[in-house]
Design a protein around this ligand. Sequence first.
Ligand code: GDP
Length: 290
Amino acid sequence: FERLKKGLEKTRKSFFDGIKQLLKVGRIDEEMLQELEELLIAADVGHQTTTWIIEKLKQERPDDPIVSLKKILVELLEADTALNLTGSPSVISVVGVNGSGKTTTVAKLASQFQAMGKSVVMAAADTFRAAAIEQLKVWGERINCTVIAHEEGSDPAAVAYDAVNHAKSKSKDIVIIDTAGRLHTKKNLMEELRKIHRVVAKLVDGAPHEVLLVIDATTGQNGLMQARIFKEMVNVTGIVITKLDGTAKGGIALAIKHELSLPIKFIGVGESVDDLKPFDAKQFVEALLS
Ligand code: GDP
């Protein structure tokens, strides 16, 4: 919890400490709601989500506004965050724009699964960039995890195919696929991701079991807009929000959940492997408002 609190420090100090101070007064009036609205919007909670929160708070007519706000935020963020790991192997596809933290997230997840005693294969299916393939290989060596990779420019679906077959033949538990994120060639990217998912679906029942969409918190409303495009393109099962440690505008997490209606499954609050945390709505809200 302390690590999480530290990771969210910028957002807390810039906005949520102010919100806490504001609500301490105890009574809810128009002026106070106006100030709360401004703080939430400044923290990148977004207009739509901010309005929703303020309305809820008004309806509650709380004796203790802080307790009430915490309850509203937990209710907003809470969802089923468990991963579906019922496949043999379970296939997790990780999608998102370049630079969002996809490759790092793949490696952090692999490392955490391995620490839980699971065997993992990582698939370097961002074949568009040689650097992405190389980066995953470096991670593979660092965390001692098998990486299936082909040449730069090869078919990403073929990489996924090989990775899943490798996992099947070696009875590995989990395959994590790192995908490309060139959103400027939206149509190609959409087809590429769909093809990867079609190919793995033929190899394992129910695959991909998870499609995790990685969003960089520091990109704010722009990141949210890109996320909407991915949600339309592929069957996303959950969100990973990265780099929450690098922004004061961590309120974007609330906007993401409210506007995309998808469970936030992990958050990244730093560069090390342990800084990718399973998302816990109560802890998140406590880290911001206690
Ligand atoms: P990709 O292009 O989507 O695969 O992005 P990368 O995985 O290469 O990540 C881009 C950069 O973001 C790297 O320098 C990562 O170390 C960094 N990064 C990823 N997640 C986090 C996070 O939660 N916090 C911080 N501070 N940096 C992160």
